[in-house]
Design a protein. Structure first.
Length: 340
């Protein structure tokens, strides 16, 4: 009786010790860590091994890049959670099965040396099928999933059917309820559809990736990149003590441009350069002798004398004419009397 109990206890102890050993089997390692990335045993650092069934989480500014044994590369962006669900070795250069479960966040995947059928990525909205592929994908808090193809080909299958991504920058958006968009070229409007301007940060440039994995992005999404939040801002520099400065000089106000006015004639405004003929000359002694007519206005002196002579000549003629008339009358009277 006691022997059986002892045997069962020993088996339980053996099984319990074997499970952690299997769970601790390393499948890859971290090659880039920024800010905060944690695993099953706590914070993950560069060159730290990651294991099968391990959940990897990143902070709201965290970034982790991982390299698996078969050469597969996985980048985990900020605010993400992913589990390495299955990892079955084939040989030292490839795997028979590699499955990851992406619960939320943003990711970039680049296939390694294994067969395309060995890879499988599970999301709340469906399964991403890999065929020698590089792509970005995003999983929102409500399970909405977006996949953007960068190289090769891929498929997305969910309750609403399957979509094939065959050209670079093809994008599919799917929801857990089966709604799925057709495959079309990605553009900035996909961020509005996802309701998150920080989605797909590797395409927009919000998060920079190291090595060759970072050279695959683009798709004309960089122009919509908001301010990067994974960079630590330097503390503001202390403001220098204010120095005594001379009072600011008053700047001369710009003269207002006056409208052009027609030039006024010289007689409107006196000026020392006015020509002499504008002013009446003062009469000289000779000219003033007879340069005034009877009305007091300047006139022609010669004309005045001629008029005066005419007046006097007329008077003389009249006087002489009258005398001749009187003499003629007298002669006529004498002749009349003589005839009587």
């Amino acid at each position: 009786m006691w022997g059986r109990r002892s045997l069962l206890a020993a088996l339980c102890i053996a099984l319990s010790t074997m499970r952690p050993a299997i769970a601790a089997e390393p499948v890859g390692q971290a090659v880039v860590i920024r800010t905060e990335v944690t695993g099953q045993a706590g914070p993950i650092e560069v060159n730290t091994s990651v294991h099968r069934d391990e959940r990897i989480r990143t902070s709201q500014s965290g970034l982790g890049q991982f390299l698996f044994r078969d050469g597969t590369k996985l980048a985990v962006g900020w605010g993400s959670s992913v589990v390495i669900d299955k990892y079955v070795f084939d040989d030292s250069q490839s795997v028979r099965k590699l499955t990851i479960k992406a619960a939320k966040g943003t990711f970039r995947w680049v296939s390694g040396n294994s067969k395309s059928s060995a890879y499988q990525i599970l999301t709340p909205a469906g399964t991403i099928g890999v065929r020698g592929t590089a792509f970005d994908f995003y999983v929102g808090p409500d399970g909405t999933t977006a996949v953007v193809l960068l190289n090769g080909a891929a498929s997305f299958c969910g309750p609403g059917g399957c979509r094939q991504l065959q050209q670079r920058c093809d994008c599919v958006v799917a929801k857990p309820n089966g709604d799925m968009s057709p495959a079309r070229r990605v553009d900035p409007s996909v961020l509005d559809t996802l309701g998150n301007s920080r989605a797909l940060p590797f395409l927009s440039g919000n998060q920079r990736l190291a090595g060759g994995i970072g050279m695959l992005g683009g798709c004309n999404m960089a122009s919509v990149a908001p301010e990067r939040k994974d960079r630590i801002r330097p503390p503001p520099a202390a403001a220098p003590a204010p120095q005594k400065q001379d009072p600011p000089q008053k700047q001369a106000e710009p003269q207002k441009e006056r409208p052009n006015k027609p030039d006024k004639p010289h007689h409107d405004k006196p000026h020392h350069d006015r020509p002499h003929h504008d002013k009446p000359d003062k009469p000289s002694k000779h000219d003033g002798h007879g340069r005034h007519d009877t009305d007091g206005k300047p006139g022609n002196h010669g004309e005045d004398h001629r008029d005066h002579d005419r007046d006097h000549g007329g008077d003389r003629d009249r006087d002489h004419g009258g005398d001749r008339d009187r003499d003629h009358d007298k002669d006529r009277g004498r002749n009349f009397n003589r005839g009587r």
